[in-house]
Design a protein around this ligand. Structure first.
Ligand SMILES: Nc1nc2c(c(=O)[nH]1)N[C@H]1C(S)=C(S)[C@@H](COP(=O)(O)OP(=O)(O)OC[C@H]3O[C@@H](n4cnc5c(=O)[nH]c(N)nc54)[C@H](O)[C@@H]3O)O[C@H]1N2
Ligand SMILES: Nc1nc2c(c(=O)[nH]1)N[C@H]1C(S)=C(S)[C@@H](COP(=O)(O)OP(=O)(O)OC[C@H]3O[C@@H](n4cnc5c(=O)[nH]c(N)nc54)[C@H](O)[C@@H]3O)O[C@H]1N2
Ligand code: SF4
Ligand SMILES: [Mo]
Length: 761
């Protein structure tokens, strides 16, 4: 732990939490000591977005910033591997030594194999990724792996296909008549504005419809809860569409004036009767009809989809497409209280910051996705942009072209279609959070160079050549820009200088870039300067930014209806036809069905149960915060939930360790069985589990194999959804067995006596 030295003075500064995408404002008390600055205290800041006393009380994570900033498990100095990969042995080196060596090795690898030999991996919404994207563009590699294919890309892509640009939901209990939460559970996944709004709104005035196979805490406050069999949501959506058309409850004028493909849609949904939908989804016909009635009431309806739909493999794209159609039918688009098109950033956009234009045509053509995922590729990003770009808007290119992990892991292992020999991971723990842990493990072991930027020595970091200590919340300024698909950004200043030798991620990419001849593209020496530069076009000073913590541009709702004098047409939407395309001409041009249809749901007679993975649970976040003792006391073990009936049928005892298997893997994992209110035949397993207290390094990698649900998942490209490459995290055939010694934790059962020796120098 850090020596405190004598206290010289105390001051306060406005800064931000970064344990989720809200970046809540806090007033940080900082002590200046002889030994440097130290974060002493945090108080929620009533002057800044998204303050509300109840939020601060409702969020369990922000307080741990005070201990995590100096936790014994933090990485504080650049570490270089000693011995074999995964040995668990490290030597401390200087940043210059690390950067010089990484630059030299990347140069040599690019010389031998081409710049595409470097891949990168990013994670969830908790970091500033554009510096990595800029570095990769300037280096000349198209191969960034994102987690977007199973997080937010599908939404952005399908909204862009149908509406010509992503939308922002506008849930406002003053005007919103109904909120549909579809495959999302904000009670566990959201600590702030959304959950607070839903919880407190008057359900007599604003109906709340929850669509989820589990009776979650969110479902319990719903006006109507529909529990479809996992993966059957597309059929449900098509039945809602059919019912709304059949009962003439759609907005006829809006559909006539602003959409295309209605007749084709009407014919297409004909087979999706209430009876058919009841049979496929298990939701009673009367409940579907009631949901259709609520959706199409006169007041605005806001629809908020979540991970339940994002991670449905082949059913993900058609389901998202169908819910976009629903919104358009009832005119709930470009409508306050429902959804509005996002703006275009009037500060420097993420597209410009990531310098996407710098990646040459030749290197784009080497993108691994070509021929595999139709939309998620450089060529078809450009195709979609032809219409979208009419309004000077650019979708964030690097996210929406990110390379499919299955293709990248295989290029590492086989050298096909070309060798990928190096990987930089920033703010991600792919060994735990990406699909198919065995494949990820083999691929990482095969590399010539693996560099990991993180706060902790995660299982992924344990396999690295270099682990570089990242500055975290309160140690660096922040800016969140929604990928540039809205005219909003928020964030603020650092409270303290990074502790020890930690550095901002920005600084790593800049320093590495400068060593590789990118110097003229990294004019701003720090992230603070880069944020000032980003905000310059809107005339916002640093002082104003850190005082308010937010920039919002003017909001134009209904710009599609503006009459363009010069061309004698309405502005319309950013699609090829200028209308909302219920039947997509872009998809048709690309050889795909223009209208959504459900794909078969996975099944396997040898694996009779259905596995949902990754249901969010407070207070944990992804694979993070498992080292926080207080959290582990409250939630010590990974759990798998099922109904009392399913538990009994499988011969299991609540509270005991059980073994899960799927057809994707010869291995199994252990979690603790828990009874919950949900459909029979389904099991819902937590994700993200490893055990920081277990021994680091091979073979155990701090318990990375014990309860990590991604040991059982797969992202095999042949099974992925063809437009974006989404794989299946929800709806995997599985079986659950009792285990001998079911009171024993998996670590006791498999690796007796292992414990965490201090591995950090
Ligand atoms: N089976 C299954 N797998 C899933 C999911 C699921 O539901 N089921 N969910 C998926 C989804 S939606 C997501 S978004 C991903 C999340 O996957 P990841 O993003 O890989 O997981 P996290 O644990 O959130 O974060 C990884 C690491 O980032 C570090 N970190 C945080 N902030 C920073 C930063 O600013 N800089 C640096 N250098 N490091 C930082 C943390 O210490 C942590 O070790 O998981 C996906 N994987
Ligand atoms: N505490 C906590 N909060 C988080 C995170 C975290 O790790 N921890 N991660 C953040 C990230 S990266 C993300 S992407 C968001 C995700 O946020 P959400 O989308 O709200 O994710 P969940 O809370 O898991 O809710 C998804 C729901 O979908 C349901 N579901 C599963 N399969 C199906 C299906 O086939 N059909 C339908 N209709 N529903 C289905 C599940 O039962 C579950 O209740 O959460 C963010 N917030
Ligand atoms: S909601 Fe909680 S975890 Fe998220 S930024 Fe705010 S205080 Fe931090
Ligand atoms: Mo996510």
């Amino acid at each position: 732990m850090r020596d405190r030295g004598a206290l010289l003075s105390t001051r306060t500064i406005k800064s931000n939490c970064h344990y989720c995408g809200y970046l809540c404002g806090f007033i940080a008390t900082v002590e200046d000591t002889e030994d440097g600055e130290r974060l002493r205290e945090l108080k929620p800041d009533p002057s800044r977005y998204p303050y509300d006393e109840r939020t601060a009380n409702g969020c369990q994570r922000w307080r741990v910033n005070l201990s995590e900033i100096d936790a014994p498990t933090r990485v504080n100095y650049p570490l270089r591997r000693l011995g074999e990969r995964g040995s668990g042995q490290w030597e401390r080196v200087s940043w210059d030594e690390a950067l010089d060596d990484i630059a030299a090795r990347l140069s040599a690898l690019a010389q031998e194999h081409g710049a595409q030999t470097l891949a990168s991996a990013i994670g969830g919404p908790h970091a500033t990724y554009w510096p990595l994207h800029r570095f990769m563009n300037l280096f000349g590699s198209p191969n960034n792996m994102g987690i977007g294919q199973i997080c937010w890309n599908m939404r952005v892509w399908m909204e862009s296909v149908v509406f010509g640009w992503p939308i922002e939901e506008d849930i406002n209990p003053e005007v919103t008549g109904a909120v549909f939460l579809w495959g999302t559970n904000p009670a566990e996944s959201d600590n702030s504005v959304l959950w607070r709004t839903l919880r407190t709104m008057d359900k007599e005035k604003t109906a709340l419809v929850v669509i989820d196979p589990r009776t979650t805490r969110t479902a319990r406050i719903a006006t109507l809860h529909l529990a479809p069999h996992p993966g059957t949501d597309c059929t449900l959506a098509l039945a809602l569409i059919r019912e709304i058309i059949a009962t003439k409850r759609y907005r006829e004028d809006f559909v006539r004036d602003w959409t295309s493909g209605f007749d084709a849609l009407k014919a297409h949904v004909e087979p999706y009767t209430l009876a058919h939908a009841e049979q496929v989804t298990g939701v009673p016909a009367a409940a579907i009809a009631e949901a259709a009635r609520i959706f199409s009431q006169t007041a605005p309806t806001a629809l908020h989809p979540g991970r339940g739909l994002d991670q449905l493999g082949r059913n993900s794209a058609p389901t998202h497409h169908a819910i976009c159609i629903l919104r358009a039918l009832t005119g709930d688009i470009e409508r306050l209280g429902a959804a509005v098109l996002g703006g275009r950033s009037s500060f420097i956009s993420e597209y410009e910051l990531e310098m996407s234009a710098a990646l040459s045509v030749k290197q784009r053509a080497l993108g691994l996705n070509k021929g595999y995922s139709v939309l998620q590729s450089y060529e078809n990003y450009e195709r979609a942009q032809l219409a979208i770009g009419r309004f000077g808007r650019n979708l964030p290119l690097r996210y929406l072209t990110s390379a499919h992990p299955d293709l990248v892991w295989h290029a590492m292992l086989t050298g096909q279609p070309y060798p990928v020999r190096a990987l930089i991971c920033m703010a991600t723990n792919p060994l735990i959070t990406y699909a198919d842990t065995q494949l990820v493990h083999e691929a990482l072991l095969s590399l010539d160079l693996l560099v990991v930027l993180d706060y902790h020595l995660t299982p992924t970091a344990q396999l690295a050549d270099y682990v570089l200590p990242a500055a975290g919340a309160f140690e660096r300024p922040l800016i969140q820009m929604q990928g540039g698909v809205a005219d909003v950004c928020y964030g603020g200043a650092a409270a303290v200088k990074p502790y020890y030798e930690r550095r901002e991620d920005y600084s790593f990419f800049r320093e590495l870039g400068c060593r590789l001849g990118q110097g003229k593209h990294w004019q701003q020496v720090s992230l603070k300067e880069a944020i000032e530069h980003t905000l310059a076009p809107v005339g916002m000073s640093w002082q104003e930014w850190t005082d308010t913590g937010m920039f919002t541009g003017p909001r134009f709702v209904g710009s599609h209806a503006y009459w363009d004098e010069t061309n004698g047409v309405h502005w319309g939407f950013g699609t090829p036809s200028g209308r909302i395309e219920l039947a997509s001409t872009l998809l048709e041009e690309l050889g795909c069905p223009a209208l959504p249809a459900p794909a078969p749901v996975s099944s396997d007679p040898a694996y009779p149960l259905t596995l949902l993975t990754g249901a969010r649970k407070q207070p944990f976040w992804g694979s993070s915060l498992l080292d926080v003792e207080e959290f582990r006391r409250r939630h010590p073990d990974p759990t798998v939930q099922m109904s009392a009936h399913t538990l009994a049928q499988a011969g299991l005892i609540a509270g005991s360790w059980v073994e899960l298997r799927t057809p994707h893997s010869a291995a199994s994992v252990r979690l603790k069985a828990e009874v919950a209110d949900m459909l029979d035949g389904i099991v819902s397993a937590e994700y993200g589990w490893w055990f920081p207290e277990e021994a680091a390094g091979e073979p155990g990698l701090s318990g990375a194999w014990l309860s990590n649900i991604n040991v059982l998942t797969s992202c095999a490209i042949a099974d992925c959804e063809p437009l974006v490459g989404t794989w299946l995290y929800n709806g995997i055939p599985c079986k659950v067995n009792p285990v001998a010694n079911s009171a024993e934790s998996p670590a006791e059962a498999l690796a007796p006596g292992t414990s965490c020796e201090g591995v950090l120098p």
